[in-house]
Design a protein around this ligand. Structure first.
Ligand SMILES: Nc1ncnc2c1ncn2[C@@H]1O[C@H](COP(=O)(O)OP(=O)(O)OP(=O)(O)O)[C@@H](O)[C@H]1O
Ligand SMILES: O=C(O)[C@@H](O)C(=O)CO
Length: 402
């Protein structure tokens, strides 16, 4: 193994596994830290954690354990993958995890680059944009768990860690990046927020990070890494194995893109919304949703909690944000298990937390990376039986019309 990735959620882990696979790497994606070593043919292993919204100490402990496993199995470079919208709070978890990994790897410096230009996320003058909006005006300021109210990644990161934060500007990246990195390191900076507005910038960052033990960022930060290890993109990709069997769609994402997708999908497919009151009563919600998916098992039914920000805030105020989120996650998790037991073989999950709940319910599974269904969303197939096909979609990824 050359590259070891620690993903802070499951959709994001699929996203970076896809980037590495497109760059020619032979990649496996694991749910949690695996029991067995990777095979000899693996270039990159992605450990999917669910640490984006857990307490800081827990995120640090899990990330360090994943890092140790990857290093023990030969990883020469560690990538810490977080969201391209830098989903985190003023106390963590990106800064504390990056700092702990730097210390663990005894590394002087690491890049911080959430840019993902193909999906409209760019960084300029240290500020993160989602297409033509500042992050804090993109809808992400209303995220149910990690509202992003500041677009200045240097300032936001600075609140999360006591390590000095530096900034690699776009003009330095494009002209004299290596010398500027030496200067930044000499001035004491440890975490370097890097501007990047297109894929060529990401490839430059890849070159710059060739000897870095730790790289951090979105999936796009991995674009230029495999080539440092002599890995070249394949000219042909293996076709996805066709899996027969019913499909189920589970959506707990309340992000802008998912809301539009749910609206479009439910106009022509069977769809059932689970209200907050229902979600709090797990057994009755499970019975109701199970009977709905059985009744529509050949029409790819959708079960969703997706709602508008105002409705989400109202329910969070009544029932408690974390309690409500945990109730929805438990429901989606139990429903995914029940569906697989009932021979559903394809699952689409929308939302990182939701996908985490769904994939965790399926146990210790390993995914092979298939075709890219939408930008940043690969088709994943399990390597063990029963063979399952999953698409774990980040909240703001994908097109509106299915
Ligand atoms: N109607 C709702 N009211 C309150 N909370 C909800 C509701 N529906 C879902 N949630 C919770 O909100 C969270 C949504 O996060 P999730 O990561 O699944 O989606 P996302 O943030 O859109 O996706 P991503 O992290 O990929 O951008 C989940 O923890 C879910 O349980
Ligand atoms: O980087 C992204 O936007 C995604 O891979 C993700 O992590 C959203 O959950």
């Amino acid at each position: 193994m050359k590259i070891g990735v620690i993903g802070d959620d499951f959709t994001g882990s699929g996203d970076i596994a896809n980037t590495l696979a497109r760059a020619g790497a032979r990649v496996l994606q694991y749910i949690g830290i695996p029991d067995a070593p990777p095979g000899p043919d693996v270039d990159a292993a992605v450990i999917s954690l669910k640490t984006r919204s857990v307490p800081v100490e827990n995120a640090v402990a899990q990330s360090l354990a994943a890092c140790r496993w990857l290093i023990a199995h030969g990883a020469e470079q560690i990538v810490f993958k977080y969201c391209s919208t830098f989903d985190s709070t003023p106390t963590g978890n990106i800064g504390p995890v990056a700092a702990a990994l730097l210390h663990e790897l005894d590394a002087p410096i690491a890049l911080i680059c959430p840019a993902f230009p193909a999906n409209g996320r760019t960084i300029y003058q240290g500020h993160l944009f989602v297409r033509d909006c500042l992050l804090s005006e993109s809808g992400m300021q209303k995220h149910p768990l990690t509202p992003m109210s500041d677009s200045d990644i240097r300032r936001w990161l600075g609140r999360q860690t006591s390590l000095p934060v530096g900034h690699l500007t776009l003009s330095h990246l494009r002209s004299n990046a290596a010398a500027e990195m030496v200067r930044l390191a000499g001035s004491g900076a440890r975490l370097i927020v890097a501007d990047a507005i297109d894929d060529i910038d990401l490839m430059l960052l890849g070159q710059l990070a060739a000897r870095h033990k730790l790289v951090t960022g979105s999936s796009a930060v991995a674009m230029g890494l495999p080539t440092n290890f002599g890995i070249k993109p394949e000219t042909t990709t293996a076709p996805n194995a066709y899996l027969s069997g019913p499909a189920l769609i589970l959506s707990g994402s309340c992000s802008t893109a998912t809301r539009a997708q749910v609206e479009a999908y439910r106009s022509s497919h069977p769809a059932l919304r689970v209200t907050a009151e229902e979600a709090l009563e797990l057994q009755s919600a499970l019975a109701k949703t199970r009977s709905f998916i059985e009744a529509h098992r050949h029409a790819a039914p959708l079960i969703y909690s997706t709602d508008d920000p105002s409705a989400v805030s109202y329910d969070q105020a009544r029932f408690g944000r974390d309690h409500l989120a945990a109730s929805y996650d438990s429901l989606f998790s139990a429903l995914a298990s029940a569906a697989v037991a009932s021979r559903f073989r394809k699952i689409v999950a929308a939302g990182g937390e939701t996908s985490g709940a769904v994939a965790t319910a399926l146990g210790q599974i390993v995914f092979e990376i298939g075709a890219e269904i939408a930008t940043g969303v690969p088709m994943l197939t399990t390597t063990s039986t029963p063979r399952l096909a999953l698409a774990l979609k980040s909240g703001n990824f994908g097109d509106r019309v299915p």
